[in-house]
Design a protein around this ligand. Structure first.
Ligand code: SD4
Length: 319
């Protein structure tokens, strides 16, 4: 019997470390996912998840999150929710509902309020500085507002062979009010089936949604592909399809594990990082490269890791 825990981006490291302890002690995969994602949501220096997430073009932090139980296939999700501390917990609670399990905007906020979830103003002073600086840059240079995006997505397998997946994001910086990406959408931002495996995606939601890439990876694993083969095939097929039909493909990165605890990762960008822990691997950050539809990765160096935290927490000034 094995356990495994995987997540997108370096920002998941502390959460994966905590969740790995739970899984090692025979804890539940859903508790591991929720605990770990809450840690990412609560860390103010991550600009794309939870508290400290960057706002939409109106200066409002609108958050998306989802939770899926791989045993029952129950899904809960929120989109465009404002001023609640832990969207992942609201999504998990919604996954227990038979109806009305994906709520947006005001409806999600009313549900969260009624169920006693903690309210917090999620817009930090640091995010306001990013917002003001970006407004100035957009005026003076021809910048696309849609840069900077690091959704956290996680998949866990516990010692009872149960699996769960979760995502949480503030979506794209400077998005239109109400814009929703792939992260809360089943099959696109995440999918998990305890009898097969699970996957989660990060990148340009508008393009990830065109290929339902997380579901596709799980489907390929069911057909017998290893997690690494399934991830590479799903990402490179979608990337090539988008290029052939539309001449360009946005960023697409995925991580996945199967129900034996084997993992896979794929990306069409340079520098995608992920974190993985299993019963035979302590929590490790890897950095990926992509070459012709094949993804390779190596453990992040100490310099890379030091630089990551230094740049995230560096003082920020109004331009
Ligand atoms: C979105 N996929 O809202 C999210 C953003 C993201 O890494 O993943 N960033 O489109």
């Amino acid at each position: 019997m094995s356990w495994a825990f995987i997540a997108t981006w370096r920002m998941a490291l502390e959460g994966i470390q905590e969740g790995a302890k739970l899984l090692e002690d025979n804890g539940n995969c859903g508790d591991a996912v929720e605990t770990a994602i809450k840690m990412v949501e609560d860390f103010p220096y991550y600009k794309s998840v939870g508290y400290g997430g960057l706002p939409n073009e109106n200066g409002e932090v609108e958050l998306d999150a989802a939770y899926m139980d791989g045993d029952s296939l129950s899904i809960g999700a929120v989109a465009g929710i404002k001023d609640f501390k832990n969207p992942i917990s609201i999504a998990r609670k919604l996954s227990k509902e038979k109806f009305n399990c994906f709520l947006v905007g005001q409806g999600a906020e009313e549900y969260a309020h009624k169920n006693g979830f903690e309210r917090v103003n999620m817009l930090t002073d640091r995010a306001i500085i990013h917002y003001k600086n970006r407004l100035k840059e957009i005026k003076t240079r021809d910048l696309t507002p849609y840069s900077g995006h690091d959704t956290v997505g996680m998949v866990a397998l516990d010692l009872n062979n149960s699996m769960a997946a979760g995502t949480s994001t503030s979506g794209l910086f400077m998005k239109k009010r109400g814009r929703t990406g792939d992260s809360p959408l089943s099959g696109s931002g995440f999918y998990v089936d305890s009898e097969i495996g699970g996957a989660t995606a990060t990148g340009l939601g508008e393009d990830i949604m065109k290929g339902c890439v997380s579901y596709e990876i799980v489907r390929l694993m069911k057909e017998g592909y290893t997690p690494q083969e399934a991830a590479d095939k799903a990402v490179s097929d979608l990337n090539n399809l988008l290029i052939s039909r539309r001449k360009e493909a946005g960023d697409i990165s995925v991580v996945c594990i199967n129900n034996k605890g084997e993992f896979g990762v794929a990306t069409n960008i340079e520098g995608f990082s992920f974190v993985v822990a299993t019963d035979s691997l302590s929590p490790t950050v890897y950095v990926c490269s992509s070459d012709n539809g094949r993804t390779t990765y190596e453990a992040a160096s100490k310099e890379w890791l030091d630089d990551y935290m230094k740049t995230r927490t560096a003082p920020l000034e109004l331009k």
